[in-house]
Design a protein around this ligand. Structure first.
Ligand code: MF3
Ligand code: CO
Ligand code: CO
Length: 270
């Protein structure tokens, strides 16, 4: 989400709300599992949007949260961000081609609660540079998640993400951040993916639910918003990657509500 000025209150979820967030998170993860086989050279992002939309509405009997969200209303049901698009790419009739890297970002609403998750896909064989950027970005997300526990500060998340990105000579996008999530798509707090003293003032508590969704650039961090008012692209047109999970603060650590089966061994990738 776009960084904002005004803070609202952070809600602690009740056990009943957490149960609903687990269901919504699982459904969002399932959409990413489902769409993988369609991400092939020649497919358009409109076709990916339609397949996801139909699956969410007809199979999951859920609502695609992006559709008509925000101002101007987002026109599609998923975000598809290809190559130098940082986030909020709008599906179109443009075909994917061999070597493209695409982030697909899924948010579903089920029983009034949101699940939000995204991953990178490579179309055909990835370039070494695109694979490295994508892998490091995924590690940034996991390293951020490992900082989640009651009593920790939100600054700890940004600190480890920024360190890992910079160690690999990549930059961190600062204009968009993770967010609290629940009955609303974007709730307080904002989760910065870079270190700021201010985010050390805020302490994690059991029952908080928020996303961690770093956007990491191959070149400079600077971005431009396209005339459609949504699509964010790198100013230097170099690659950008993003991964996202929805995470619950538990009594002794965290639970990833949007984890997919393919990630079972995620700790061994760090
Ligand atoms: N899913 C995005 C996020 O992670 C938000 C997309 S807003 C939309 O916060 F309107 F573009 F869908
Ligand atoms: Co999000
Ligand atoms: Co998202």
């Amino acid at each position: 989400m776009a960084k904002k000025e005004r803070d609202q209150e952070i809600t602690l979820k009740t056990p009943d709300e957490i149960a609903k967030m687990r269901v919504a998170g699982k459904l969002a993860a399932d959409v990413l599992d489902m769409i993988g086989e369609y991400v092939k050279p020649g497919v358009t992002t409109d076709e990916l949007d339609r397949i996801c939309h139909d699956y969410i509405v007809n199979v999951q009997q859920a609502i695609p949260a992006p559709l008509n969200y925000g101002e101007p209303p987002f026109p599609k049901s998923i975000c598809t961000s290809v190559n130098h698009v940082i986030c909020h790419g709008i599906p179109s009739d443009k075909k994917l081609k061999e070597g493209d890297a695409i982030n697909i970002d899924i948010t579903v609403i089920k029983d009034g609660y949101h699940g939000d998750t995204s991953k990178m896909f490579h179309v055909g064989k990835p370039s070494i540079a695109a694979k490295r950027l994508s892998d490091i970005t995924q590690q940034c997300m996991y390293l951020g998640i490992l900082e989640v526990r009651p009593g920790a500060t939100f600054g700890a998340i940004g600190k480890v993400i920024q360190k890992h990105a910079h160690n690999n000579r990549f930059s961190v996008v600062e204009e968009f951040c993770g967010h609290g999530i629940g009955s609303r798509f974007h709730e307080a707090p904002q989760i910065l993916h870079y270190y700021s003293k201010d985010s050390d003032k805020l302490i994690m508590q059991a029952g908080m639910i928020f996303t961690i969704e770093p956007m990491i650039n191959q070149g400079r961090r600077d971005l431009k918003i396209m005339p459609d008012k949504w699509t964010a692209v790198t100013k230097d047109h170099k690659l950008s990657a993003q991964w996202e999970h929805t995470v619950l603060v538990t009594q002794d650590g965290f639970e990833i509500l949007t984890l997919r089966a393919e990630e079972a061994e995620w700790r061994s990738t760090l």
